[in-house]
Write a protein that binds this ligand. Structure first.
Ligand code: FAD
Length: 445
């Protein structure tokens, strides 16, 4: 009899693992349980689907259950895993269509349950017209609301990257927006001086920003009407709650699986949990931060795919390893791109490191080329050794690939001086002869 591999969660991590396990071992029985109606969807594309840049929301689906079936992978949507017994190696599953609950057995298990949007207990948060965005169904609901109610005013609660992507997505639908963020700045992946450029872009685009004030209530009747923050009422016919994400660790915790210091599932470098025959990957899982050497939780699709691939190989009997992450991210905010990797100055200080920074504003292309624009660069490095700790970039063009140069430097453990010596490509349409990264690195003392 063939080994039975069960995967909890049919997102990026779960289905990458399934596909890799299948390629590595054609004889495995592979079953993925997914509680939503879709597997293998690119959640990252959802804001652009709501914006209308992608024709249909379902276009973010990479592969359907029927396509997985052709590979011999059983992907069961609308099936929720309710409980896990890691001694008997069984799970209790509910078919959400029929309401029938049944027991399944695994030889090997992958927990790839992902994360869920945080839902702070704000009165009125359940009113019709208040949404969080995580999966295809959420996006379909937001789209339907916009079409049905044609909201003219909206509030986005939370100024992280999903909140900012949704600002752009909703603005296209002629919705006048306010972003309410309780911290003093938007985008915690940036130091304050870099976030200021993002604030400026949003204001240029007509989006109001209210920082330093948490939302105390959401009011309405049969639907949402206003959001209260401090002493101010913001009229709203649509509200997006984007106040962060939490790892879905309840099943794992109840089953005795070790939860790490970050609140996500602790794994070794082969994605194994503390329990035999149980692996974990994706947003429900920690990773090692290569800059600090400590566990970190940065729930991103990039990591979910990589951890899923490693877990998939190991479910099939392999010994693949996942080295860790530096926490690289990029976000488009209307005409501006903001990117970050490694530690911010604030984060590095919180880690007890002796930090220095070097900042520069330089041209994205040769100054005589039409279309050139400022790129703001901020490098964070260790005093004394000069070891690179992180970097941030904000600008109109050329940001997304330049952040990857800094990410590579972090993986390599380079100093800021080594970064400043790189032989980077130059021609006038692409960069100035001194690339903005080199300009900033050469300002480091
Ligand atoms: P998930 O995608 O959360 O998948 C887990 C699945 O498990 C879910 O489908 C869930 O329904 C299912 N599940 C949970 N519990 C159970 C259960 N008990 N039984 C059955 N099924 C269960 N990342 C980037 O790198 N770049 C981006 O630009 C980016 N943009 C994003 C934009 C948005 C709007 C969102 C929401 C996320 C974005 N991300 C981005 C993050 C990225 O989508 C996630 O990191 C990635 O989806 C994680 O994959 P995962 O498989 O670990 O988790």
């Amino acid at each position: 009899q063939h080994e039975r591999v069960i995967i909890i969660g049919g997102g990026a991590a779960g289905m990458s693992a399934a596909a890799k396990a299948r390629r590595s071992n054609p004889n495995l029985e592979l079953v993925a349980y997914e509680r939503s109606g879709y597997v293998s969807y690119g959640a990252c594309g959802l804001p652009y689907a709501i914006k209308g840049e992608i024709a249909r929301i379902e276009d973010v689906v990479v592969r359907t259950p029927a396509q997985f079936a052709k590979q011999g992978i059983t992907a069961l949507v609308r099936h929720e895993v309710l409980a896990l017994d890691t001694v008997a190696q069984t799970l209790e599953v509910r078919n959400l269509e029929t309401g029938v609950t049944f027991t399944d057995h695994y030889d090997k298990l992958l927990i790839a349950a992902g994360g869920s949007p945080s839902r702070p207990p704000i009165p009125g948060a359940n009113l019709p017209g208040v949404f969080a965005l995580r999966n295809v169904e959420d996006a379909l609901a937001i789209q339907a609301w916009i079409h049905q109610h044609r909201p003219s005013q909206g509030v986005i609660i939370g100024g992280g990257y999903i909140g900012l992507e949704m600002a752009e997505a909703l603005a296209v639908h002629d919705i006048e927006l306010t972003i309410v963020e309780q911290l003093p700045q938007l985008l915690p992946s940036l130091d304050a001086e870099m976030a200021a450029h993002v604030h400026a872009e949003l204001e240029r685009q007509g989006v109001a920003i209210q920082t330093g004030q948490g939302v105390s209530a959401i009011n309405g009747d049969d639907r949402v009407r206003e959001v209260i923050a401090g002493a101010t009422s913001f009229p709203a016919e649509i509200v997006i709650m984007a106040v962060g994400v939490r790892p879905n660790v309840n099943l794992a915790r109840q089953a005795g699986i070790t939860i790490g210091p970050t609140g996500a599932i602790a794994v070794d470098d082969q994605q194994r949990t503390n329990l035999p025959n149980v692996w974990s990957a994706g947003d429900v899982t920690e990773a090692i931060n290569l800059v600090t050497g400590k566990p970190t939780w940065v729930p991103l699709g990039t990591t979910a795919n990589k951890q899923g691939k490693v877990a998939g190989e190991n479910l099939a009997g392999g010994a693949a390893r996942f080295g860790g992450i530096v926490g690289t991210s990029v976000v488009k905010i209307f005409e501006t791109t903001a990117a970050s990797t490694g530690l911010t100055e604030a984060r590095a200080k919180a880690e007890g490191l002796a930090v220095k920074t070097a900042s520069a504003t330089a041209n994205s292309r040769a100054h005589y080329m039409p279309g050139h624009a400022d790129i703001h660069v901020r490098l964070v490095y260790e005093a004394g050794s000069g070891r690179m700790l992180g970097g941030q970039l904000v600008g109109h063009e050329g940001v997304s690939k330049r952040i990857d140069i800094i990410a590579a430097a972090l993986h390599a453990g380079w100093s800021v001086e080594q970064l400043g010596e790189l032989d980077l490509a130059y021609a006038p349409p692409f960069s100035p002869v001194w690339d903005p990264i080199l300009v900033a690195a050469n300002l480091a003392k």
